[in-house]
Design a binder for this molecule. Structure first.
Ligand code: MG
Length: 165
């Protein structure tokens, strides 16, 4: 039986910080304020995957009060989440991410993000969709105060070998 999960994340932007989205370092004058590397879409995806199997959220598994996660590559968190799903007997069918950012333009980096996320999840790049949009200069995203991301993930229980016979 397939299960679906949804995730949402926002980080504030500030001058002079590194910007990492979808596991890709993007040259920009601003980056995300965060305890980890502030990878907004990967955080949303972790929550979508955890949500699909009702395993809580990213804050439960990787509390920002824990110094082990300071500046951590969020793809490592994603690998850990994929491992948790695997231990629960689930595999990832496909994931779909939307990033809302006014600047910089995300489009040129989307395919590299898909590759890195797919690699962390252990799925094909065809199972990973990354989309980008602006908010037409409206709201906190439009004012370049922050970046938001949404993710949806479909997972299914791996069929035990005995059931395949
Ligand atoms: Mg976050």
């Amino acid at each position: 039986m397939p299960r679906i999960g949804h995730g949402y994340d926002v980080h504030a932007l500030d001058e002079g910080l590194p910007l990492v989205l979808g596991g890709v370092r993007i040259p920009h004058r601003k980056g995300c304020v965060a305890h980890s590397d502030g990878d907004v879409p990967v955080h949303a995806l972790c929550d979508a995957l955890l949500g699909a199997v009702a395993l809580g959220d990213i804050g439960v598994h990787f509390p920002d009060s824990d110094p082990r996660y300071r500046g951590i590559d969020s793809l490592e968190l994603l690998r850990h989440v994929a491992g948790l799903l695997g231990r629960e007997g689930y595999s990832v069918c496909n994931v779909d991410l939307t990033i809302a950012a006014e600047q910089p333009r995300i489009g040129p980096y989307v395919d590299l993000m898909r590759e890195r996320i797919a690699s962390a999840l252990g799925v094909g790049v065809g199972e990973v969709s990354v989309k980008a949009t602006t908010t037409e200069r409206l709201g906190f995203v439009g004012r370049e105060e922050g970046i938001a991301a949404w993710a949806v993930a479909l997972v299914e229980r791996q069929t035990p070998v005995a059931e395949k016979i």
